[in-house]
Design a protein around this ligand. Structure first.
Ligand code: ATP
Ligand code: ATP
Ligand code: CA
Length: 219
């Protein structure tokens, strides 16, 4: 199930992304216009190439259309980022992910055919804000504007209490759908008699406003 990825632009974002994909034993090539960036990653990826991604002949010769995913991690040079996505689209790359620095940049990337646009600075900023305000929320999956699934850390003074005693359903209209003990060990649909253990993470579904209230309460 390993895939082939090409990462264009080996700045901080692109180089960490490429390394992480390669560490999981995918085939990963890196491309950058700067020789020093390519040299830095030479031994950490399947292959790394010095090339200008806006140059049609170079991109053709790398056979990028045969990769599962190509990620355009050029940010500051918006023109290069846009031209690269257009070119990849023309070459028939099946899935293009592009990094955007601004809303407008992101809109253009979507318009010209990027399959996924990411805003790392924006998203990391929003995430950190949430994390500072709600340190006990470990992870969050937004289901809609109103509903989410959240993983909430239980404070140690509640260890030994049962789910029933927490009274989450009646007080907050929330449902505990699972309890995560470790990465491997999960209890699905715990009963009301389940008693909370040290380090348990409650996976809870419900309205965002109710989840916020509960996470404040459990702080
Ligand atoms: P980051 O924010 O990820 O650290 P950065 O700020 O160092 O990146 P960016 O301008 O976002 O730099 O570009 C990321 C990388 O993309 C740089 O290493 C740059 O050399 C490379 N790059 C820029 N233009 C091209 C291009 N036309 N072809 C190939 N690589 C390019
Ligand atoms: P980002 O990567 O978050 O988009 P950036 O690349 O535009 O940021 P940075 O150099 O990382 O710019 O600086 C972020 C912000 O910090 C900028 O708005 C800059 O004006 C401000 N800043 C930089 N140095 C100082 C300083 N010494 N005192 C106060 N503000 C500063
Ligand atoms: Ca940058």
């Amino acid at each position: 199930m390993k895939k082939q990825y090409a990462v264009i632009g080996l700045g901080r974002f692109g180089s960490h992304l490429a390394r992480a994909l390669y560490e999981e034993e995918n085939e990963v090539i890196g491309i950058d216009i700067r020789e020093d960036k390519v040299e830095d990653l030479q031994n950490d990826l399947s292959q790394a190439f010095i090339a200008d991604s806006t140059d049609e002949d170079s991109m053709k010769s790398l056979g990028l259309r045969n990769f599962d995913v190509v990620i355009v991690a050029i940010g500051d040079d918006m023109e290069a980022s846009i031209l690269t996505v257009v070119l990849l689209k023309e070459l028939g790359v099946p899935y293009i992910v592009a990094k955007a620095l601004s809303k407008r940049h992101g809109l253009v990337l979507t318009k010209i055919g990027a399959d996924q646009v990411v805003f790392p600075e924006r998203d990391m900023g929003l995430r950190l804000a949430q994390n500072l305000m709600h340190p006990n929320i470990i992870d969050q999956l937004r289901l809609s504007d109103d509903y989410s699934i959240e993983e909430i850390k239980v404070p140690s003074d509640l260890v030994g209490q049962t789910i029933q005693a927490l009274d989450i359903r009646a007080k907050y209209q929330l449902n505990v759908i699972a309890i995560r003990h470790t990465d491997e060990e999960v209890s699905i649909a715990p009963g009301p008699d389940y008693s909370i253990k040290n380090g348990d993470l409650l996976v809870i579904i419900g309205k965002n406003k109710d989840l916020n209230e509960l996470s404040q309460k459990l702080k």
